[in-house]
Design a protein around this ligand. Structure first.
Ligand SMILES: Cc1cc2nc3c(=O)[nH]c(=O)nc-3n(C[C@H](O)[C@H](O)[C@H](O)COP(=O)(O)O)c2cc1C
Length: 203
């Protein structure tokens, strides 16, 4: 289990008697659960005319523009070979309403299942790549594989977003963030604070 986050001070204990170090050791195999990444996404690929969907949470932004995204796609997954062979995909961003579908897609493989059909997802033709957008997701990013140098050793791909789509009606999309062991955090409150990126762009 992840230790409870914050708010665990005991009001009955005097501050000066508390040890400043409250942490205990944490299993290395569970470290990934602490470094919570961005939203879980649904990566679509198309190979031999057949589209597939893979949930993914291990991704990171690497550059503003052109947007570069690094991601880990396990070589045990059907999507690994598709991504390597076709060098393109779409990163679709689902919201909490699709959480169960996300898990269902993660518990099955495109080797055996047509996930669009099985889980009621609607493919929409993309503008720049063969892989489809998913209509039910609030945003979709068409990507070309930019770099596979680390794919053999780390299953790591660098993608360039070449076309992005967002539903303007969804003002506060409640994305889901995977914390391992079947736990998801749902995006909530938004804070507006100055940051280097917003200052630089003059917003
Ligand atoms: C919430 C969630 C996040 C996941 N994140 C990743 C990931 O970052 N990389 C990965 O290779 N697999 C990830 N998986 C596992 C794959 O989605 C799963 O193995 C899937 O069945 C692969 O599908 P495919 O064989 O059709 O490609 C995740 C699964 C879930 C449910």
């Amino acid at each position: 289990m992840i230790p409870a986050r914050g708010g665990d001070d005991d009001p009955g204990t005097k501050r000066e008697t508390q040890s400043p170090m409250k942490k205990i050791t944490f299993s290395l195999s569970e470290v990934y659960r602490l470094l919570e990444p961005g939203p879980v996404v649904l990566v679509t690929t198309t190979r031999a005319g057949r589209a597939n969907v893979m949930p993914m949470s291990w991704h990171l932004m690497m550059e503003f523009e052109p947007p570069l995204v690094g991601c880990v796609v396990s070589n045990r997954n059907y999507s690994f070979a598709s991504l390597k062979a076709t060098r393109e995909c779409v990163i679709n961003i689902p919201t909490v309403e699709l959480a169960e579908t996300v898990v269902a897609c993660g518990n099955s493989s495109g080797r055996r299942v047509d996930k669009f059909m099985a889980f009621g997802l609607t493919p929409v033709a993309a503008a720049c790549v063969k892989a489809p957008l998913i209509a039910e997701c609030y945003a979709s990013l068409e990507c070309k594989v930019r770099d596979v140098k680390l794919a053999a050793q780390y299953n790591f791909f660098i993608l360039e977003v070449v076309q992005a789509w967002v539903d303007p009606a969804r003002k506060r999309p409640r994305t889901i963030h995977y914390q391992g062991e079947g736990e998801f955090m749902v995006a909530g409150r938004t804070l507006h604070l100055p940051s280097p990126k917003t200052s630089l762009s003059g917003k």
